[in-house]
Design a protein around this ligand. Structure first.
Ligand code: ADP
Ligand code: MG
Length: 240
């Protein structure tokens, strides 16, 4: 609790007491699959950052998260590790199934960075957890091929992902773990309607993690509409 106060971290959910969560000092204490653990070591992440220490165990427990942390705080691993674990624990994709994990990000560059990190954490499980990137400005046909061949994780910008959905190049039938990364920027870029279109078309049973550097009313509204009893994880000062 002292450490949390010092780092300005809070973990809370409406009507629930989260004081029992002990700060996690190491990835080894997180019950992460051995394969992912090995990739974490290879990546050279010795110690989780505060958002990873607080957010990753909550996500691994299956809860929705409304996460608030500034750039550079290590959000990618905080959500990628539980998503990969979720894929490893889910029944395998069948022919024609869409992805299990969907990550929406505001820009092509961010999506590329995220997908690279997903690959880093699926080095030893690359057969079980395949990923691809779906962004504008590149060949639609190649992306269609990847999507149709079956991938567990798709990292996408909202506009291009909707294009593929409309062309039946992918489906939402298996999506059970969703991340909205840099949600405030996605709204600033005008992606709100696309995000809402995806969210309302998802299968009933899914886990959602929403990350944003700021918490304006539009983000609170989005969270209110699509998160199920979210645990709020905050690291550092947050402006609205
Ligand atoms: P954010 O998405 O919050 O801006 P990133 O996930 O991009 O942050 O991480 C920022 C940088 O910190 C990246 O270079 C990443 O590789 C590094 N990083 C993240 N987590 C750790 C960790 N546990 N140990 C060491 N470096 C880390
Ligand atoms: Mg990021």
């Amino acid at each position: 609790v002292e450490t949390r106060r010092r780092l300005n971290i809070s973990v809370e959910a409406e009507g629930e007491d989260f004081v029992t969560i002990t700060p996690i000092e190491s990835f080894v204490d997180m019950n992460v699959h051995a394969q992912i653990q090995q990739d974490i070591v290879h990546k050279g992440y010795d110690k989780p950052t505060p958002i990873q220490a607080q957010g990753t165990p909550v996500a691994l427990s299956g809860r929705d998260i409304l996460g608030c942390a500034e750039t550079g705080s290590g959000k990618t691993a905080a959500f990628a590790i539980p998503m990969i674990q979720h894929c490893l624990e889910s029944p395998p994709l069948r022919r024609g199934d869409g992805p299990m994990g969907l990550i929406l990000a505001p820009t092509r560059e961010l999506a590329q960075q995220i997908e690279r990190e997903v690959r880093d954490f699926t080095r030893t499980s690359s057969k079980e957890v395949r990923s691809t990137i779906v962004v504008g400005g590149t060949n639609m046909g190649e992306q269609r091929g990847d999507l149709r061949s079956g991938v567990e994780i798709v990292v996408a910008t909202p506009g291009r992902f909707i294009d593929h959905l409309r062309q039946d190049n992918t489906k939402l039938n298996r999506v059970s773990f969703v991340v909205l990364d840099e949600a405030d920027r996605m709204l600033d870029m005008g992606f709100e309607e696309q995000i809402r279109e995806v969210m309302r078309s998802l299968p009933e049973d899914h886990q959602t993690l929403l990350f944003s550097a700021t918490m304006p009313v539009e983000i609170e509204a989005l969270a209110g509409d699509y998160l199920n009893k979210p645990v709020r994880v905050k690291v550092g000062q947050v402006s609205t």
